[in-house]
Write a protein that binds this ligand. Structure first.
Ligand code: TEU
Length: 547
């Protein structure tokens, strides 16, 4: 049953293209989501967030929007969205849409107009600068590789695109543009949605357009007017309404995230940051081969936990999304079935006991793994395909390229949900748009629901615990044993209640430190406690109140 306090809620992220196909065209659709709502109700989530479902050429799977008011026909119709809202609401599930307003597709009619001439009324909706064919306005780099400016023959100028060439950045200095954005968001509020996830929202305020000594991030990340823009957006659209918001913050800081989410500032409800998911980027480079740094992971998570709370801000907490590899492969272990199940539960427990709003990405609740693609032709993602070309140009050998893409590609999380052991994992009756790993025969929703010890039921219980025990939402976080190389240990305190969380991140038996007393009521665990040692990937949450 959904909770009335949004701070106690849990969100389930749906990537519609890979969720459930009802037409046999190999891509998921909105009726497919409707069909699975009872499953999500069984899991117990309060909200679902759908990644973009609007009209789009799909160069970046919907993050390139060409019309904010139309639904991509591959996903269904506006009627389908209405039905989804009604049916979700009747099951006590709220619905969040993804709003991409840092950029639009270059097929959006604003951009089509904008590129026509320098005096077109839409010209200023985007960021155009002069430059010669040989020399772009600045040396900034696109997040997807290459220079961030694209030369347009028509008016012999450059437009800024921090992502793909087909994703032109919007100019938030333009009042008409802002008014159109507010109108569009209000349209979806009136339509009946309950929340929004704002894509790369901390990039909307561009500062000076100058050459960078790095890749240009410093000029537009948490830019000079971003808080002003968000306060205005809040006031003109969702502020003072029962709408939950989460902003996706690229390379942000704790101080800015406090500002984004402290309720007194009227900006957003919560924020995603990604610092804890860069602990396997060697020297900050995503396309590198590296096992994750566990001490760094704990340090970053706890730094955000403690300091965001001090500033009265609010985190979103997550391991997975449609841009990240699968967490069980990444921070757990999927070599054997026992290790996969055990480590997936441990990761779930140690994350869901933190403070903030937890997000579960489709398939995470059954411990889906990276697919282990070995051939570049298996990859579909624009970022991965660009990386392949760039790494080749840099001279990296083919085997290493496939290894790092295998580790880091966004396609790792984009393979379809494995519903059952039938053909194509029950996702489609046609040819899936992207490959499905063989392990669907035993890793699937049907099998998970039948096994009362499955990962699914750990997630279900974690959601129930959050709904029932205020300590998880409001308790103070006390980090412990931060230098321990295998254990993640912390306490949560609320009034007279104290919960202790102990998780073994290693595949080895580890002694329990002497000052850790696991005496008390076990609230959730993935094993029975026995003796003074933790088995590989053990995780325990104990109510130790009265110690
Ligand atoms: O992602 C923003 C973003 O910068 C990253 O998550 C990015 O995919 C990654 O860092 C690349 O290494 C958001 C969306 O989540 C993503 O799917 C879109 O491609 C991107 O914005 C552009 O809209």
């Amino acid at each position: 049953m959904a909770v009335s306090d949004w701070k106690k809620s849990v969100v389930y992220q749906i990537y519609p293209k890979s969720f459930n196909d009802t037409t046999g065209n190999g891509q998921g659709d909105i009726p497919g989501i409707i069909e699975k709502l009872p499953y999500l109700q069984t899991l117990g989530v309060d909200y679902i967030w759908l990644t973009p479902i609007y009209q789009s050429p799909m160069n970046d799977n919907g993050y390139d929007i060409s019309d904010y008011y139309q639904i991509n026909p591959d996903f269904g119709t506006k009627e389908d969205v209405k039905t989804l809202l009604d049916e979700a609401h009747s099951l006590g599930i709220k619905v969040m849409l993804d709003i991409v307003i840092n950029h639009t597709s270059t097929s959006h009619h604003w951009f089509v107009e904008s590129r026509k001439s320098k005096d077109n009324p839409y010209r200023d909706y985007y960021i155009w600068k002069e430059g010669t064919k040989e020399e772009p306005p600045t040396n900034w780099e696109s997040k997807f590789g290459g220079n961030a400016w694209t030369y347009d023959e028509q008016t012999e100028s450059y437009y800024l695109r921090l992502f793909d060439v087909s994703q032109a950045d919007l100019n938030w200095e333009n009042d008409n543009l802002k008014a159109e954005i507010y109108e569009m968001i209000n349209y979806w509020i009136d339509f009946g949605v309950d929340g929004f996830r704002f894509d790369v929202i901390n990039l909307i305020s561009k500062g000076a357009f100058e050459n960078s000594t790095a890749i240009g991030k410093e000029f537009y990340t948490d830019g000079p007017k971003v808080h002003e823009y968000l306060q205005e957006l809040n006031k003109q659209t969702f502020g003072n309404k029962d709408i939950m918001t989460v902003g996706e913050m690229s390379s942000t800081t704790i101080d800015n995230c406090i500002k984004y989410t402290n309720p007194e500032r009227h900006e957003l409800s919560s924020v995603f940051n990604f610092h804890h998911l860069k602990v396997d980027y060697k020297d900050g480079e995503k396309w590198s081969d590296m096992k994750f740094d566990f001490l760094e992971l704990k340090r970053i998570l706890m730094d955000w936990q403690v300091n965001i709370a001090k500033g009265n801000g609010w985190n979103a907490i997550f391991w997975c999304n449609h841009d990240q590899p699968r967490v069980v492969t990444r921070f757990g272990k999927d070599d054997t079935e026992a290790e996969r199940v055990k480590s997936a539960k441990m990761l779930a427990i140690s994350l869901h006991m933190l403070q903030g709003t937890p997000y579960i990405y489709q398939g995470e609740e059954i411990g889906m793994t990276d697919p282990g693609f070995t051939d570049i032709d298996q990859y579909k993602d624009v970022e991965s395909l660009n990386a392949y070309k760039l790494l080749k140009e840099r001279g990296m050998d083919e085997q290493m390229i496939m290894k790092v893409i295998g580790q880091k590609s966004r396609d790792n999380s984009r393979t379809p949900i494995q519903w059952n052991a039938h053909a194509e994992a029950g996702f489609t009756t046609g040819e899936p748009w992207i490959g499905i790993p063989e392990n669907y025969k035993h890793i699937n929703v049907e099998a998970a629901l039948e096994d009362k010890d499955s990962i699914f039921y750990t997630y279900q219980k974690l959601i129930q615990l959050r709904h029932e025990h205020d300590v998880i939402t409001y308790g103070e976080v006390e980090p412990l044993h931060m230098e321990h190389p295998e254990l993640f240990v912390y306490k949560r305190h609320l009034n007279n209640e104290t919960w202790l969380v102990v998780a073994n991140y290693s595949d080895q038996i580890v002694d329990i430190p002497e000052d850790i007393d696991l005496e008390g009521e076990i609230m959730i665990a993935n094993n029975d406690l026995n003796g003074n040692a933790l088995q590989p990937f053990d995780a325990f949450v104990v109510n130790v109140s009265g110690d």
